[in-house]
Ligand binder design. Structure first.
Ligand SMILES: Cc1cc2nc3c(=O)[nH]c(=O)nc-3n(C[C@H](O)[C@H](O)[C@H](O)COP(=O)(O)O)c2cc1C
Length: 160
């Protein structure tokens, strides 16, 4: 079973979750970078507006071919209750998704809004089968409240 973890991280939180997961389940990490990185100011102004609209930012890859993988994990930070715009670009760039399993995770300050539901709709549209999702708030991560739950979702998906 081959698994990849596709993620974007603005300030390191989502990256840290992705890296721990990769270490525990031996997945490949695919980090997405925005071609034009956000500053603190532009993240909260332009970035939030683009996130609300579901816009996709230019990113450092045109396609992300997941055909070598059996399971695709996608991680996003929450921006204005939605996925961050570079993640929208990553989902648009996915190819080879048909019938593959997927697990989603989001990290947020405390309120994720529609992030997972919207992401799910997009990914189902790409042909992925979502087998699990989890959202981590800052409290969850600071207090280690959901330790192991993401890895358990991945394990369950790998065995399904
Ligand atoms: C532009 C911006 C918008 C954000 N919007 C939300 C939000 O709507 N809800 C929330 O709970 N946290 C929000 N946050 C907090 C982040 O989702 C949270 O800190 C996340 O874990 C950061 O992940 P990262 O370090 O991988 O970028 C926002 C952060 C930024 C920079």
């Amino acid at each position: 079973m081959k698994t990849c973890i596709i993620f974007y991280s603005y300030s390191g939180v989502t990256r840290s979750v992705a890296e721990s997961l990769a270490a525990s389940c031996g997945a490949d990490l695919i980090e997405i970078h925005a071609k034009k990185p956000y500053s603190k100011l532009t993240a909260y102004t332009v970035g939030c507006m683009r996130a609300r609209r579901g816009d996709a930012d230019p990113i450092d890859r045109e396609t992300i071919d997941v055909s070598p993988y059996d399971l695709v994990v996608i991680g996003t930070p929450v921006w204005a209750f939605r996925a961050a715009p570079p993640v929208n670009a990553a989902t648009a760039a996915l190819s080879g998704c048909n019938g593959k399993k997927a697990v989603l995770f989001a990290t947020c300050g405390g309120k994720a809004g529609d992030t997972i539901e919207e992401l799910k709709k997009t990914l189902i549209g790409k042909g992925l089968r979502i087998t699990g999702d989890i959202t981590f708030t800052k409290k969850d991560l600071d207090e280690d409240l959901k330790a192991g739950e993401l890895a358990a979702l991945v394990k369950a998906a790998e065995q399904a």
